[in-house]
Design a binder for this molecule. Structure first.
Ligand code: NI
Ligand code: MN
Length: 219
């Protein structure tokens, strides 16, 4: 499986299928990735992004699923704790400690809870935390789903920062950690090298620092 950080919270998993999590990048478009499946972590605009315009089979929590269905999308609704199989790819929706709200034309809609995903494809499991604070049940995610790769926000202010992401990585036990949701804007400025240096000195976890558009291949 190839994992591409498109920027901000947007991650493309390429294997048997192309799965795009959170179709938003700042000042650009993710439309060129042409995903088979789109998964949305929560309703904030820096995550919903181009979900409607892409018009692909979309996975979301029930409240967002209802909203997207009204927009004409083919949607797989689910909720936290559940696992579904879509085109042979497994999606487990995980808790995220965050808020969720869908904005449209100056109005807002309740977006249900914010969430993350463990995606299983081609024998590799990837945990995308979404926007979240640190929570100790990340240990359960580690014990139950054994993610190979953990994709964690580190920008602070709206989510975990570097110090919390260090503990999250230890809870999850994934061999590889990819930091996201930082340096998109000044308000979420963070130094990913601090995470890499500290985690690699104190654990066997590898921190892969990508530039937006950059990829790694997980065997
Ligand atoms: Ni958010
Ligand atoms: Mn966000």
């Amino acid at each position: 499986m190839q994992i591409t950080w498109l920027g901000h919270s947007s991650v493309l998993l390429t294997g048997t299928k192309k799965v795009l999590i959170d179709p938003f990048i700042e000042g650009g478009s993710v439309a060129g990735t042409d995903p088979d499946i789109v998964a949305i972590t929560h309703g904030h605009e820096d995550h919903m992004g181009e979900a409607v315009a892409l018009n692909k089979k979309t996975i979301a929590i029930t409240e967002i699923a209802k909203y997207l269905k009204k927009k004409g999308l083919v949607v797989e609704g689910m909720n936290i704790g559940g696992t579904i199989l879509v085109d042979g790819i497994s999606f487990t929706m995980t808790q995220a400690i965050h808020s969720s709200f869908i904005e449209e034309a100056g109005l807002g809609f309740y977006g249900g809870s914010a969430a993350g995903y463990v995606v299983g494809m081609d024998g590799i499991r990837v945990y995308h935390a979404g926007d979240t604070a640190l929570f100790s049940d990340m240990k359960l995610i580690g014990e139950l789903y054994h993610p190979d790769v953990a994709i964690l926000p580190i920008g602070g202010r709206y989510t975990m920062g570097v110090a919390e992401a260090m503990m999250a990585a230890n809870f999850l036990g994934a061999k590889t950690v990819i930091p996201i949701h930082y340096n998109t804007w000044d308000k979420i400025a963070a130094d990913p090298v601090r995470l890499k240096t500290a985690l690699e000195r104190t654990s066997d976890i590898q921190v892969t620092l990508l530039q937006p558009g950059g990829s790694i291949t997980v065997p």
